[in-house]
Design a binder for this molecule. Sequence first.
Ligand code: SF4
Length: 354
Amino acid sequence: MRRKEQFAQLFPNTPAFRWKQIEQAFFVPTIRSWDGVTSISKEMRAKLSHLPWMTVSAKQVMESAKKDTHKALLELRDGEVVESVLMENARGELTICVSSQVGCAMRCGFCATGKMGLKRSLESDEIIDQYRFWQQFLEDNKREEDLHSEFSAIAPRISNVVFMGMGEPLANYENVKDALNALLAWTNLGPTCVTVSTVGVLPRLEQMLADKDWPHVRVAISLHSAVAETRKRIVPSSYDDFLPKLADWARRYLKQLGNRRHHLTFEYVMLKDVNDSDEDARALVAFVNSIGNVRCNLIPYNLTGCEYVRSEDDRIERFLSILEGADVVVTCRRTMGDDIAAACGQLVVLAEKK
Ligand code: SF4
């Protein structure tokens, strides 16, 4: 049961603002236990002390050789383990990648997590606490330069959150929605700083359009091919008429929510001799042009011991140039943290459970 529901059971007649005071304290990285929530009474704190202040704890934190990526193996209260990643870009901006499930049922062929199968979905507290974990990590690991700056009291802040870790976020719709609303309410993240990446679970994408409580953060669709058979090979959860149905949904999504700052992104992992030919590029151009304000993000594949191999650099360049030549807005994602298996498709728990 979520902490919020446990609180409501313990204090059924308490005004709603009390829980808000507690939620606010959750996101103060220097507060590490219920005792630190001084905005509520000592008696209330004592009664709350058996509820988990954190639902995740670090089993291991790894740092990449370039020191720009950290991966944490986070143990949940039932002993399951998920991975969460902190990345710093060249501008010093920090992005965290959070998991939404233990394992994943979607079985995408190139993905290490997909090989685990689905163990369970995360509670919203367990998603929120991945953000809190990194907040506290940053607080505890302030760097020399931060300590000597005029802002020495302030740890660097997380500027983006992406739901691209273990699991399919829309297969855990309600918990992800709850976590998104909490992050937007209690951190300085705006909706365009948060991205939910999905393989394209169409019933949930439809639900999202009609759901007034779904916060309109950015959406990235893991497309990987605009050719039906190829996509089905890479993403087995795909089906024959998935692409036209996705295009129809995407047009309605953009009509309802699109603006200059709110676009859709198609993620496209580059797999040698699978989805990287000129014909594949032209199919992607045609698909994008049938929709509108869509961006493409090419992802050089990171080896995970699967059957696929990363496209050659000159093939990626050629693919990129076909898209650019057709005026498709396209980027090529820099691979970060591949030496600690923290890059796209590599999130899988490597350490054994205790
Ligand atoms: S790529 Fe994403 S949706 Fe596909 S198996 Fe991996 S975690 Fe699941």
